[in-house]
Ligand binder design. Structure first.
Ligand SMILES: [Zn+2]
Length: 392
C-alpha cells in the first residue's frame, strides 16, 4: 500500500509501535537505504541521507553515524524503526532546528573530565585530565568572543565530584553543559575516533548495552531535555567530523552520571583515543587540541543559533566542502544551508506547521513501553513535509 506524503502509518507489533523506513523517508523527503543484516554501512552517504542496517541499531543520518535505541526489524518485506527512535533519535538529528524549547542559550558550562587524583586515561604523552582541561581553556575565549558566558566546572588540576559538576550546570540560567573527555579501550589498541553522548531516553537501553531485552530498562528515568541534548550532539558532532578527519564512531546514548544529573541540555565528547598510537600523539599536540576546541566551539555556536536561524544546521559534508574552498575560514557562513544546495527550494512554513501537527501527535505519545494506545487519528492527507528531495 502506498503511503501518502506526510502521513504516519503506525505498525503495531507485540504492543510496540513501529514506522516503516519508507514512511520515514517520505515524511522527511530524504532518500533512505537499508543494508542487509551483518553488512557494513558504507559511510559514503551522498546518495542516501538515511541509512539503516536490518537487525542493527547502527544508522547513518546526514552523513554521521548515529545509534538507534532499538534495532531495525524486518517484517513482511518492510523495514521498521521504533516510534521511540523516530521521536528521540531521528527527528532531533534530522531537524535539530525544529526541536521545541531550544531556548536562548547564554551560558556554556564546560566540564573538563577528571582532575586531581583522578587522572583519567594515561598515554605516553600525558594524562586525560590535563588534555581535557587544556581543550576547555582553549574553547572558553572562543565562546566568550561570541558573547557567551562560560563557566568551568574546574579551572585547574583538582577533582570535582560528578554531582557538583551537574549542580553547577543546573544553577546556571539558560545554560548547556559540555563535558570533554578522551577515550580509551582496554581490549582494542587500534580503536580510534570521535564519539559524543547524550542521556539515554526513558525506557531505552544505552548504546553500549547491546541488543538486550527492552524490559530491562523499563524503570530507567529519562530526561525532559533529551531532544535538546540530541540536537546539541548533532551540532557539535557534525562540526567535529567536518573539521577533523578522525574516525566516526557515532552519536551515542549513555547514562553517565554527569548526563543523568544535569537538568540542562548536556553532552559528553570523547575526542579521540589515548590508547591508540597515532591518536594519542595527535591529542598531545597543542595545535591539534586548538583545532578540536575550535570545532567544538563552532558546534556550540551552531546550536545556539538554531532557534534564530530556524534552518537545518551545517552537516559534516558541508563543513568539509567549506574547508576545501576556504581552508583558513573557521567561522560559520551567514548563508549556511542555502549554500549547501541551491536547488532545494526550502519548505514552505505553512506546510511545515501542518505536517508537524501529525509528528507531534506521534512524538507526544512516543513511550514505546507504555501500554498499547488507541489508534492514531489519521493526519490530514494534505499534510506534507515533502519538498523537493534534497538528493536528486
Ligand atoms: Zn574520561
Amino acid at each position: 500500500m502506498a503511503i501518502a506524503e506526510g502521513e504516519w502509518q503506525v505498525i503495531k507489533i507485540d504492543g510496540h509501535d513501529y514506522l516503516s523506513v519508507e514512511n520515514i523517508s517520505k515524511f522527511y523527503g530524504l532518500s533512505a537505504e537499508v543494508v542487509p543484516s551483518g553488512e557494513k554501512i558504507q559511510a559514503n552517504t551522498a546518495d542516501h541521507p538515511l541509512e539503516f542496517v536490518s537487525g542493527s541499531r547502527e544508522a547513518i543520518i546526514n552523513g554521521a553515524r548515529s545509534w538507534l535505541c532499538f534495532p531495525v526489524i524486518e517484517q513482511d518485506g518492510k523495514f521498521l524503526v521504533t516510534r521511540t527512535d523516530l521521536a528521540k533519535t531521528i527527528e532531533p538529528l534530522v531537524r535539530p532546528h525544529r526541536v521545541a524549547d531550544l531556548g536562548n542559550i547564554q551560558t556554556v558550562v564546560l566540564d573538563p573530565g577528571h582532575g586531581g587524583h583522578d587522572k583519567g586515561q594515561l598515554s605516553r604523552y600525558g594524562a586525560e585530565k590535563d588534555f581535557a582541561l587544556d581543550v576547555a581553556r582553549k574553547l572558553r575565549p572562543l565562546l566568550q568572543a561570541k558573547g557567551l558566558k562560560v563557566i568551568m566546572t574546574r579551572e585547574g588540576d583538582y577533582f570535582v565530584p560528578l554531582e557538583v559538576r551537574a549542580q553547577i550546570a543546573n544553577r546556571a540560567p539558560n545554560a548547556i553543559f559540555v563535558s570533554i573527555h578522551f577515550n580509551s579501550s582496554g581490549d582494542d589498541p587500534n580503536a580510534t575516533g570521535f564519539e559524543i553522548f547524550s542521556f539515554t531516553p526513558r525506557g531505552a537501553p544505552s548504546t553500549s548495552d547491546g541488543n538486550v531485552a527492552a524490559r530491562a530498562f523499563n524503570n530507567q528515568p529519562g530526561s525532559s531535555v533529551d531532544a535538546q541534548s540530541m540536537a546539541l550532539s548533532a551540532c557539535i558532532y557534525h562540526s567535529l567530523l567536518g573539521h577533523l578527519p578522525e574516525y566516526d564512531r557515532g552519536i551515542k546514548r549513555a547514562r553517565f552520571a554527569v548526563l543523568r544529573l544535569t537538568k540542562v541540555p548536556a553532552v559528553l565528547i570523547e575526542g579521540g583515543f589515548l590508547t591508540e598510537r597515532g591518536e594519542s600523539k595527535l591529542i598531545s599536540n597543542k595545535d591539534w587540541r586548538a583545532k578540536l576546541a575550535g570545532a567544538i566551539g563552532i558546534g556550540i555556536e551552531t546550536y545556539q543559533a538554531l532557534p534564530v536561524k530556524k534552518q537545518p544546521p551545517m552537516i559534516v559534508a558541508d563543513y568539509r566542502r567549506q574547508a576545501k574552498s576556504a581552508p583558513v575560514d573557521r567561522s560559520i557562513p551567514e548563508a549556511t544551508v542555502k549554500e549547501v544546495d541551491a536547488s532545494d527550494p526550502g519548505i514552505p512554513e505553512a506546510t511545515v506547521k501542518e505536517a508537524d501537527a501529525s509528528l507531534l501527535e506521534l512524538v507526544g505519545r512516543s513511550a514505546l513501553l507504555a501500554p498499547p494506545q488507541p489508534q492514531m487519528p489519521t493526519p490530514a492527507p494534505t499534510a506534507s513535509l515533502q519538498s523537493a528531495p534534497i538528493v536528486p
